[in-house]
Ligand binder design. Sequence first.
Ligand SMILES: NC(=O)c1ccc[n+]([C@@H]2O[C@H](COP(=O)([O-])OP(=O)(O)OC[C@H]3O[C@@H](n4cnc5c(N)ncnc54)[C@H](O)[C@@H]3O)[C@@H](O)[C@H]2O)c1
Length: 311
Amino acid sequence: MVKVLITGGAGFIGSHIVEKLLQEGYQVIVVDNLSTGNKSFLPKDIPLYTVDIQSSELHQVFKKEKPEIVIHAAAQVDVNSSINNPQNDASINILGTINLLNCCHKHKVQKIIYSSSCAVYGVTEDCSVNESFPISPLSFYGISKSVAELYMKAYHSLYNLNYTVLRYANVYGPKQSILGEGGVVSIFCKNILKKEDTIIYGNGQQTRDFVFVKDVAEANIRAITKGEQQIINIGCNKKTSIKELYQLLLSLNSILFTTQSPIYQPKRQGDILHSRLENTKAKIILNWEPNYTLREGLEETMNYYRNELSI
Ligand SMILES: NC(=O)c1ccc[n+]([C@@H]2O[C@H](COP(=O)([O-])OP(=O)(O)OC[C@H]3O[C@@H](n4cnc5c(N)ncnc54)[C@H](O)[C@@H]3O)[C@@H](O)[C@H]2O)c1
């Protein structure tokens, strides 16, 4: 049985990866400091080490568990927090990643799969972006994610540690945080279900490429055996404006509340205007393509929050 250690396994995306790993027969170990993650997202019998990826304790976990594969999904994920506190963002996303890479090297891990982000591109034009598009992050978060990618590459050339970098588009689905700076889909779902006001930053015409979390988890499984030393976009190559997204979510709710029109506020710093990922490389190299249409994914997400919020 192949042993996989996943950082951030108690988080939104990480917990879906854990679920898929178990379905596929992998042995799973989770490292998560539970800063934004939730223990209840994990099955009870999964070993969970409540350890910070920046801590020296991480080496003890590797020494004890000897994982063959590492999936690195732990991070400071909030763009706004990165603007307010770039040092904290860099400590977790860069220094934490280096600590993890050191553990992988010292404990002879075969491969690391890194959860990167479309935030590394920072494009403002309305076009589909492939992996050779120039890196030009608009936020400190985008910078820290792209620097960690470079460390993956260097650990390979220096120490032969295999890696695959997956650059996710906007991921949405069940278990995403509805608090503060959580995902736009989960926050809109909560607002619609609880009949609360929704704020849209900017004019709502900004577009995103929404990819369902179960499709993202599947991409990670494929990357265990494919895509060595590759950077691969994981998105649907479809654009949806924030305004359209809100309308679509409203239409999924059986009762339409005409009063639920959004409140517009000024655009936030560091926010990308348009983001859409070309996904041909994922199709060719990982044999991956999205299984869920946006409507299907949003329906599953809305149902999840309906249950969670008991509505
Ligand atoms: N959600 C998205 O749309 C999206 C898009 C692109 C990339 N990503 C990347 O995917 C990964 C997972 O993001 P998510 O949306 O599931 O966020 P999340 O906050 O739900 O998950 C992050 C997990 O990492 C843990 N964590 C944070 N700092 C840690 C530390 N120092 N040590 C140990 N554990 C720590 C948290 O407790 C949490 O469980 C991140 O690397 C993020 O950058 C997410």
